[in-house]
Design a protein around this ligand. Structure first.
Ligand code: IPE
Ligand code: IPE
Ligand code: MG
Length: 251
């Protein structure tokens, strides 16, 4: 199955060690470190974001070919609005360019879906999201969830509000809320919980990413800034995941 990938340096030899029967079904990626990557090179932060977006194409295509079924990539958090307006504008412009590059954006057989609070995004971006989701909807390879204006707490609060609405309408009794009901109201309702969460850039935190879905995730951290994160690093993360002993509270 890795025939097509053999030429893809630098993952090379490592790939052969991957057990295709024990892949994480859902991998979350916190694409962090773009600013520091740019700073190191004397470039504006926006150049780091551009390099980061480019890298998402490389990594998602690679992950899809490896056989990973779902990736959720954290592109913009509900807290990232705190950044200077010029940076937020540059990020939004980049998102637009990224979404418009329909054929190149994630690999030929990758279907794209956006999660997060879309109400704060411009009409232009919302339109482009609709177009890209529709354009890629029949692809049967990997599904790439792009988390844009996404926050784990916002997602949980949204689910709670939906349940409150059900109570108000009389279709749900207070006190009868279950975990399954909440799960079904997360943006990722059709996806298994995150098996593996990857965060490059040296930060050891979730920063409000997939709070509900990460209850039993395995974590892989590294000092590499996201634009420098290669297919080899991705493969290393998968191999380390395959060596973990997941107990889910059992023995
Ligand atoms: C991640 O890179 C991209 C976004 C949060 C949108 P950063 O911009 O956070 O890069 P650092 O952490 O400042 O290096
Ligand atoms: C997390 O990175 C959000 C994204 C990668 C989109 P941040 O750079 O915003 O996280 P903090 O502020 O360091 O926690
Ligand atoms: Mg950061």
């Amino acid at each position: 199955m890795f025939k097509a990938l053999q030429g893809l340096r630098p993952a090379g030899k490592l790939l052969r060690e991957v057990d295709v029967n024990n892949l994480p079904r859902h991998v979350g990626i916190i694409m962090d470190g773009n600013g520091r990557w740019a700073k190191k090179r004397g470039l504006p932060r926006s150049a780091g974001h551009r390099a980061g977006a480019q890298n998402l194409k490389t990594i998602s295509e690679f992950a899809g070919e490896m056989g990973i079924r779902y990736i959720t990539a954290y592109a913009f958090s509900t807290e990232n609005w705190k950044r200077p307006k010029a940076e937020v504008d540059a990020l939004m412009q980049l998102l637009l360019d990224y979404l418009r590059d329909r054929d190149q954006l994630a690999g030929k057989n990758v279907s794209i879906r956006v999660i997060g609070d879309r109400s704060a995004l411009s009409d232009e971006i919302n339109h482009e999201i609709d177009v890209v989701e529709d354009y890629t909807k029949d692809r049967d390879g990997m599904v790439l969830y792009l988390a844009i204006n996404y926050g784990g707490r916002q997602e949980i609060v949204r689910a709670v509000n939906e349940l409150c609405q059900n109570v108000r309408e009389g279709t749900l009794s207070p006190g009868e809320v279950t975990e399954a009901m909440l799960s079904a109201r997360m943006y990722t309702d059709e996806v298994p919980e995150a098996d593996l969460i990857i965060r490059p850039s040296g930060e050891l935190r979730l920063s409000n990413f997939l709070l509900w879905q990460s209850a039993y995730s395995e974590f892989w951290f590294s000092d590499i800034n996201w634009p420098d994160f290669t297919t080899r690093d991705f493969t290393r993360a998968i191999l380390e995941y395959q060596n973990r002993n997941r107990r889910f509270g059992g023995v």
